[in-house]
Design a binder for this molecule. Structure first.
Ligand code: ADP
Ligand code: MG
Ligand code: ZN
Length: 477
């Protein structure tokens, strides 16, 4: 008899907070600075120095807590997590343990099977990042302490996730929220958002959790999903062969498409957490929570629903347009300036996002501003150019940095709607292709398309398609 298994997954996500200065000192958090230049005795971990908590870090953590339906602890405690790492000179990391700042939240994701899924968030705590070991510059290891003391929040889920798809959706949601809140840039490739996955499997119907492994080092959404599927399959094959899963930490190797063991349970750390004696507890008053709640921006879910109502967009469009905040803002600016918001949605989703993708460009640096795109869409709406010509104009706008109206004028692209002109054109074609005219009159409807094509060719794509259709029907009779 074959046993059916189900997977159980819990995610731990670290998000690097975009504060100007570090969590316990006033060193800069600037990325890519000369190694070991953003350091001081505090983040170098010299003995006898005293950390002071950066208030922004507390504010950012509370923002994330509120955005993920957590309760905020009135009284939370910093804790020392003791372990040795060459790039962590203090020999401990200041984190939080049993009294984290945010608890008991959740997010809802929508997998393709159509059933919405609630993923509970156990906790969100504040901690400091360690330095960086650099192994790829010769046969030695270099240490850069710049990252030491950069603030992080760690967001931990309950083991509620069942598939790689759900994990990917959850992670996308976290990324979207931190970006909307402007507390983290959400870049997985650069490591500002990092995800560890805890994975176990159990026979369907079994209540008890199986033994889990933990995969680290997945630096893209794709890798997270691949690693989870890999590990579910590995554990299943292991159990089917009569083996047992051992608790261990694995490192994902994206090139090999495999996970390799990093350390087993025997080597698991006993961190010997204890309350950090150099910091006072964090006390969050109700007024502070109220104040932060007031500052929260409109969140993606709310904007999505508003787009559906206000602009009458399909859910798919609203969802795509709100994936990132800058796209949502861009679309909204365009939509407000045109007659048909759905046309604006198509242009942003298809043309704008395609170009940004191709050019690896951010919207902020995109030369076509919302007013320019709205002007272009206006030209379509007023029947001055066709959609097809508009795409050509759009390409020129990007290349030459010119306004759409100017391009249409300079290149004489205005649509031909003038009946007299179109009639003349069609009459000349009827004379030029007598055979085809006869075929059409003999009932070969397909030849109609041939004539449409000829009119478009002769008019360099400028003939108004609807007018051409009507006139052709008349004149070919
Ligand atoms: P640790 O601090 O050792 O990583 P935690 O208890 O904080 O352990 O759990 C970390 C993550 O592992 C959480 O997201 C939790 O939901 C998940 N988890 C715990 N047990 C299991 C299990 N048996 N299978 C899958 N995930 C698990
Ligand atoms: Mg863990
Ligand atoms: Zn410092």
């Amino acid at each position: 008899m074959t046993v059916k298994y189900e997977a159980v997954i819990g995610l731990e996500v670290h998000a690097q907070l975009q504060t100007n200065t570090k969590i316990f000192c006033s060193c800069s958090t600037k990325f890519a600075a000369e190694p070991n230049t953003n350091v001081c005795p505090i983040c170098l971990g010299h003995p006898g120095v005293l950390p002071k908590l950066n208030e922004k870090v507390v504010e950012f953590a509370i923002k994330m807590g509120l955005a993920t339906n957590c309760s905020i602890r009135e009284y939370s405690v910093s804790a020392r997590k003791n372990y040795f790492y060459p790039d962590m000179p203090k020999g401990y990391q200041i984190s939080q343990y049993d009294k984290p700042i945010c608890e008991n939240g959740y997010l809802i994701v929508h997998p393709k099977n159509g059933k919405e899924k609630k993923i509970r968030i156990t906790r969100i705590h504040i901690e400091e990042d360690a330095g960086k070991s650099i192994h790829d510059q010769g046969d030695h290891t270099l240490i850069d302490i710049n990252r030491s003391g950069v603030p992080l929040i760690e967001i931990v889920t309950e083991p509620d996730i069942e598939t790689a798809e759900e994990a990917g959706l959850y992670l996308a949601k976290i990324k979207q929220i931190v970006q909307y809140l402007e507390i983290c840039d959400g870049n997985m490739e650069e490591g500002s958002l990092r995800c560890d996955a805890n994975i176990s499997i159990r026979p369907v119907g079994e209540q008890k959790l199986g033994t889990r492994s933990e995969i680290k080092n997945m630096n893209s959404f794709r890798n997270v999903e691949r690693a989870i599927n890999y590990e579910i399959k590995r554990q299943q094959e292991l159990l089917e062969d009569g083996g047992k899963v051992v608790q261990e930490t694995l490192l994902w190797d994206a090139d090999a498409n495999q996970a390799h063991p990093m350390r087993g349970k025997e080597e698991a750390h006993d961190y010997r957490y204890f309350p950090e004696p150099d910091l006072v507890p964090i006390v969050v008053l109700d007024e502070m929570i109220l104040e932060i709640r007031k500052q929260l921006p409109e969140l993606p879910e709310a904007i999505k629903n508003r787009f559906i109502l206000q602009f009458n967009l399909p859910e798919y469009d609203a969802d795509t347009l709100t994936q990132s905040k800058d796209v949502a803002l861009y679309f909204e600016s365009v939509a407000k300036l045109v007659r048909d918001p759905k046309l604006a949605s198509n242009w942003v989703m298809v043309e704008v996002l395609r170009i940004l993708n191709e050019k690896k460009c951010k919207l902020l640096d995109f030369s076509v501003k919302p007013t320019d795109l709205a002007e272009l869409i206006g030209l379509i709406e007023h029947n001055i150019i066709s959609g097809k010509i508009a795409r050509e104009v759009f390409a020129i706008m990007i290349e030459d940095n010119k306004k759409p109206g100017q391009i249409v004028r300079e290149q004489n692209l205005t649509q031909i709607t003038d009946e007299g002109m179109l009639k003349d054109l069609i009459s000349s074609l009827i004379q030029k292709f007598p055979g085809e005219v006869q075929q059409y009159r003999d009932g070969k409807d397909k030849v109609f398309g041939f004539f449409v094509g000829q009119v478009m060719k002769e008019s360099k794509g400028k003939a108004n398609p609807r007018a051409v259709n009507n006139l052709l029907k008349d004149l070919l009779k």
